[in-house]
Design a protein around this ligand. Structure first.
Ligand SMILES: [Zn+2]
Length: 396
C-alpha cells in the first residue's frame, strides 16, 4: 500500500508539473509592434472573426462584432475613434481586446496607405511620440506561425517548418527585450523578424509550431543561439565572423550541396568597368591605376572574407552591400567595358540556408538533422532547461 501511495503521489505531482509548465508556456503572450516605422496617422480595424471589446482609456466603450469597422485617426493630440454608426470618442489609449478565443481582425493603414493584413489576438492603440502606436498582443506560438509563413512562404515539408519554427522561437526569446521603452517586445519588420499577420490557416505551419512547442536551439552551455538564416547559401555557408564582428562558434562554414540547383542558387549582374574602378579608387588607399583591368576582378571558388588588392583588403560583405548584390559569394568576368558578376546564393550565407533546409526536408531529413547540419555543436532543448540567467529579463 505504502509503495502504491508513493507512486500515486509521484504520478499526481508529475501531472501537476506537466500541467503547470504546459499552461505557463501556452499562456506565454508576446507584444508585437506593428508598422512601427510608418508613423501611422489613420487606421481601420475590421473584425473578421469572433468578437472584440473596445476600451477607451481603460473604460469599456463598445463591442465589435464580425463585419464591423472602427476608424482611428490622430487629431489634436488624441486618438479620434469613429465606428460605422458614426459614434465617436477621443482617447489617449485604446485597447481592442479579443472577446472570444480565435477572434481575428484585419488592420489597414490608411495614412500612410498599406494593404490590409489579418491578425489573431488583441490590438492596443497608443499615442507614442505624436503617432499612432499599434501593438498586437497574442500567444507566442500564434505569432511564430505568422513569422514562419512570412519568412519562408507556405510550400515546404513539415520538417522544414519545424526547423524554421525552432529558429524563430529561439530568435524571439533571445531578443525579447529588443525594443526597450517602446512597450512591446519585437517589431514586425526585418529589424526583428518579419511578421505580416496570421499564418493563413496553413495547417502544416500550425502543426509544426505546435509540434515544437517550447523548443529552442541552444549551444553546449544551454545558451540560446543567434538563430540566423538566409535564403540560399550557394553551396557553402559563411562563418559569422566573416560577415559581422561576431564569432559564435556554432556559426561555422559548412559545405551545403542541398542548396545547389534551388531557385536562388545562382544569379548574374552586370556593372560597367568604369563604375567598378571608381568604387575601388574610393575604397583603396593604394593607387590602382598601375594594375591591369584583369587584376581588379574578384574570383571565388570558395567563399572568402576579403578581396585583397595590393596592400588593401575590402570585406566582401561590404562590397555586397555597396553594390546591392544578392550575395557576397561571386566571381567577376570582364566583357570589354563591362563586368559580368556571376553569383551564388541569396543572403548573408550565415546559419541555415532555407532552400537547402527545404531540400533536406524533402529528402527525408528531420528538423533536428537540418539544424545540426547548419549549426555546429548545438542542441534542441526546452525553454525550461535554459538557466534563468540565460533568458532576457522580460521573459523570465
Ligand atoms: Zn525590431
Amino acid at each position: 500500500m505504502g509503495i502504491n501511495r508513493g507512486r500515486i503521489l509521484r504520478l499526481l505531482l508529475n501531472l501537476v508539473l506537466v500541467w503547470f509548465f504546459t499552461f505557463r508556456l501556452a499562456a506565454q503572450e508576446v507584444r508585437i509592434g506593428l508598422f512601427d516605422d510608418q508613423s501611422a496617422k489613420t487606421i481601420v480595424f475590421h473584425c473578421v472573426g469572433g468578437s472584440y471589446h473596445a476600451y477607451g482609456d481603460s473604460e469599456f466603450y463598445r463591442e465589435i462584432n464580425i463585419g464591423e469597422l472602427i476608424y482611428v485617426s490622430l487629431m489634436d493630440g488624441k486618438l479620434l475613434l469613429m465606428d460605422g454608426e458614426l459614434h465617436w470618442g477621443a482617447f489617449n489609449r485604446l485597447e481592442i481586446k479579443e472577446a472570444a478565443s480565435g477572434s481575428n481582425f484585419r488592420l489597414k493603414l490608411v495614412d500612410p496607405a498599406w494593404d490590409p493584413r489579418q491578425y489573431p489576438g488583441s490590438l492596443e492603440i497608443n499615442l507614442f511620440h505624436g503617432t499612432i502606436q499599434l501593438i498586437n498582443k497574442l500567444p507566442l506560438d500564434e505569432y511564430l506561425a505568422g513569422v514562419v509563413e512570412t519568412e519562408s512562404g507556405s510550400t515546404a515539408g513539415s520538417e522544414f517548418f519545424k526547423a524554421q519554427a525552432i529558429l524563430c522561437r529561439s530568435y524571439a526569446i533571445k531578443n525579447w527585450d529588443k525594443h526597450p521603452g517602446q512597450n512591446f517586445n519585437l517589431c514586425d519588420n526585418t529589424h526583428c523578424q518579419a511578421y505580416h499577420g496570421a499564418s493563413e490557416a496553413n495547417p502544416i505551419i500550425h502543426d509544426a509550431v505546435l509540434a515544437t512547442h517550447g523548443l529552442v536551439l541552444a549551444d553546449q552551455s544551454s545558451s540560446i543561439v543567434s538563430a540566423i538564416f538566409h535564403s540560399n547559401s550557394g553551396g557553402e555557408t559563411q562563418r559569422a565572423s566573416d560577415v559581422w564582428n561576431s564569432g559564435e562558434e556554432y556559426l561555422q562554414a559548412v559545405l551545403d550541396p542541398f542548396s545547389l540547383g534551388q531557385r536562388n542558387a545562382q544569379w548574374e549582374k552586370s556593372i560597367s568597368l568604369s563604375h567598378w574602378k571608381e568604387y575601388l579608387r574610393q575604397k583603396c588607399q593604394s593607387d590602382i591605376s598601375k594594375l591591369n583591368d584583369d587584376q581588379l576582378l574578384i574570383l571565388q571558388d570558395h567563399r572568402k572574407k576579403f578581396f585583397i588588392l595590393g596592400n588593401d583588403s575590402i570585406r566582401l560583405a561590404d562590397i555586397r552591400n555597396d553594390l546591392m548584390l544578392r550575395s557576397a559569394f561571386f566571381s567577376m568576368e570582364r566583357l570589354n567595358d563591362s563586368i559580368l558578376i556571376r553569383g551564388k546564393g541569396y543572403g548573408h550565407g550565415v546559419g541555415m540556408s532555407q532552400e537547402g533546409a527545404m531540400e533536406m526536408a524533402s529528402q527525408g531529413f528531420s528538423a533536428s538533422d537540418i539544424l545540426r547540419f547548419y549549426f555546429f555543436n548545438v542542441q534542441i532543448i526546452e525553454i525550461d532547461d535554459i538557466p534563468v540567467s540565460g533568458l532576457p529579463d522580460g521573459f523570465k
